[in-house]
Design a protein around this ligand. Structure first.
Ligand SMILES: CC(C)(COP(=O)(O)OP(=O)(O)OC[C@H]1O[C@@H](n2cnc3c(N)ncnc32)[C@H](O)[C@@H]1OP(=O)(O)O)[C@@H](O)C(=O)NCCC(=O)NCCS
Length: 228
């Protein structure tokens, strides 16, 4: 991949737009780069997502039209799941056939990734902004996702995953994924094991995170947020 040179600024120029079929090779390459050794999205899965929920599938492309970021979402009816449900269950094995816009009020963040060479320049933030705008446009109550605890493997010998999350929330530790999400208005609901199958960095641990849509959420929704 050759990433276009950009202006020397922390913010990188990208365009965030809905996924098109000609983006599939770029998304698959980005996935292989992000999760080496894990099975990447397949073209069949990506095509299914577009059939099921096209507005929920976003890419960030740079000046050279390279895919440098990707975010995939679906709408779920939360009562069909448990807090401890795995990524595989929330996404129906990555096919999104459980997408339920009739009953669901929760936009589920199934994936977000940014090319390692451009991380830290605002691309992930742009994808999160677009995802939040989608939830607002659709009048959904919230966004939820499993935040893989990416740096947990470095601390696992010293502390449990809950303690790790507590420290990230209180900002005495920084996790490249969870800190990014907390900085974008998400809070932690729970810490769960076995969320992802192939993830040596998180050792499978994830924080279930939530952003509440202020235009829709009630005082009771905010009151139900557990203290961390
Ligand atoms: C999580 C992820 C999508 C963030 O994307 P990004 O483009 O780096 O996000 P941004 O640049 O908008 O924000 C990154 C934050 O890290 C900080 N940062 C500083 N230096 C950085 C660096 N070298 N690399 C990454 N982030 C850096 C940024 O300042 C920013 O801080 P802020 O939260 O205080 O604003 C990206 O790290 C990624 O693809 N990770 C691997 C896949 C993954 O774990 N996905 C989440 C699944 S739950």
């Amino acid at each position: 991949m050759s990433i276009s040179p950009d202006v020397p600024s922390r913010r990188r120029y990208v365009k965030v737009r809905p996924v098109r079929p000609d983006d599939f090779p770029g998304i698959i390459a980005l996935c292989e780069r992000t999760y080496p050794g894990a099975p990447p999205w397949s073209a069949a899965q990506l095509a299914r997502h577009l059939e099921i929920f096209p507005e929920g599938q976003l890419v960030a492309v740079d000046r050279g039209h390279e895919v440098v970021g990707y975010a995939a979402s679906l709408i779920v009816f939360w009562d069909d799941y448990r807090m401890e449900s795995r990524w595989k269950e929330f996404t129906d094995g990555g096919m999104f056939t459980n997408h339920d816009p009739g009953r669901g009020r929760t936009l589920y963040g199934a994936e977000v990734m940014v090319h390692p060479e451009v991380r830290g320049s605002g691309v992930g933030g742009r994808l999160y902004e677009a995802r939040r705008e989608l939830a607002e446009r659709l009048g959904l109550l919230r966004i939820r996702a499993g935040a893989r605890l990416r740096n947990y493997h470095k601390y696992a010998a010293q502390m449990g995953a809950e303690e790790y999350v507590r420290r990230v929330v209180r900002r005495s530790l920084r996790d490249p994924t969870l800190s990014f999400q907390i900085n974008r208005g998400f809070h932690v609901l729970a810490v769960v094991p076995g969320y992802l199958k192939f993830d040596p960095e998180s050792l499978g641990w994830a924080a279930v995170i939530e952003w509440l849509n202020p235009a829709v959420a009630t005082a009771a929704d905010y009151a139900a947020v557990p203290p961390w």
